[in-house]
Design a protein around this ligand. Structure first.
Ligand code: HEM
Length: 87
């Protein structure tokens, strides 16, 4: 099902979640590749990889707003009964 219900998250929420997780991971991989492996004097490669990092980072920001919107217009599934709140 596409939308959330009281019992479970819908497919859109799940896709938004995992795409954001993947993009976040990619942003880290690209920036650490940049810092650890790209020669600072190789300006062309440096700015190419840096642009990738920035583009992925901005995508995370866009997905953040999409997720906040989707969260606002959908019911929030309850936690399972066996999962107590932390005190
Ligand atoms: C999910 C989003 C992002 C994550 C997780 C992230 C993560 C990081 C990390 C960990 C570093 C530091 C690397 C180091 O020096 O050890 C870094 C550097 C940097 N980030 Fe991001 N970042 C994100 C988004 C962005 C965005 C949106 C921009 C720019 C518009 C950006 C621009 C930069 C730049 C310019 C550097 C310096 C890279 C260099 O050493 O030349 N980042 N980022």
């Amino acid at each position: 099902m596409i939308k959330n219900t009281e019992l479970t998250y819908g497919s859109v929420a799940k896709w938004l979640h995992w795409i954001t997780a993947l993009l976040f991971l990619l942003a880290y991989i690209f920036v650490y590749y940049l810092v650890w492996f790209v020669d600072h004097d190789d300006r062309q490669t440096y700015s190419f990889v840096q642009s990738f990092h920035k583009a992925i980072g901005f995508s995370v920001l866009i997905f953040f707003f999409l997720r906040v919107y989707w969260r606002a217009v959908n019911p929030k599934p309850k936690l399972p009964d066996h999962m107590p709140w932390c005190n």
